[in-house]
Design a protein around this ligand. Sequence first.
Ligand code: AMP
Length: 360
Amino acid sequence: MSGTVLAPQATIGVLGGGQLGRMLALAAARLGFKCHIFAPSPDSPAFDVVHRVSCADYNDTEALDRFAADVDVVTYEFENVPAETATFLAARVPVLPDPQILATTQDRLAEKLFVRQLDIPTALFAAVAQPAELTAAIERIGLPAVLKTRRYGYDGKGQATIKNDTDLQDAWREVGGQPCILEAFVPFEREVSVVAARGQDGAVECFDVTENEHREHILKTSRVPAALSQFAVHEARRIAEAIAQKFAYVGVLAVEMFVLPGGGEILVNEIAPRVHNSGHWTLDGASVSQFEQHIRAVAGWPLAKPIRRGRVEMINLLGSEVEDLQRWLTVPGAAVHVYGKAAIRPGRKMGHVTRVFADE
Ligand code: AMP
């Protein structure tokens, strides 16, 4: 719903209680808003920074009713919120971005078809509903290829790479035997993302293109600006803006992209309908953060024009790396963020460090 303009003191409801919700709530507080976090886990890191929380399942309609009555607008920090939850809430209170967008971005097949419809390139892909369809899909796509579950995949979960010698039964089992898409393996030169915001007035502001390095499918380091030609930078931003406009999106989204060898061609990998790990650098490295931009958009406020403060590097503290905290605390210029998660698990995002350097 557009046209909602919130005054300071209004309450923004956030579905999801992870670090993204926590950083959204901190940004909202700076602008004078209150946040009410709805999340199923009592250990949700976002609960620690707000006054109002609902700790309930996403299908608890009584809790959702109470949440809707307490908030002026609802947004998400987590895209796997059940579509029915968002639709239930949308009948009671404005939900931004529109719940319809969740349906597209929760399904890798629908998402890829949406991107292709905009004439934006992606890797070749084919739907694979059952194991019997895998051989025909491989004939079309070629090898190597990546088998991905259509739903609930993140940080490389629900993915299997298929090479010439891969046992197809094993690959199907590895992704959990669910409807999938098969994607051509992209021999990319680099991975980049564009974090973009669209306001209720239709204005779009993109943050500078970010270069991302993954370790075991999990984001480890982001660097800005990405080492791209002017042409590729322009193309990456054009793609993100086209997606935001086509969705009539309100809020922040991230578009993950592959840059092909030679640097000229860009393929879209994935759209995240939320603030994104590759935009964390904006907290310390830009005049406005992705979190504030999202809050401004859902509140019906004008977006800020982001100005980068220099060359920026963001390093995720994954799992036990958070134990390096003492070392990071003494590094000159390092900004340390800790998410307050009790349990350390391998690969779990526990915090991040940002370093801003003078532009070369
Ligand atoms: P995703 O969950 O789709 O974002 O994939 C996680 C990571 O796996 C990406 O950031 C890439 O590093 C890698 N990856 C995913 N799809 C492909 C592909 N088609 N070709 C090559 N690498 C891929």
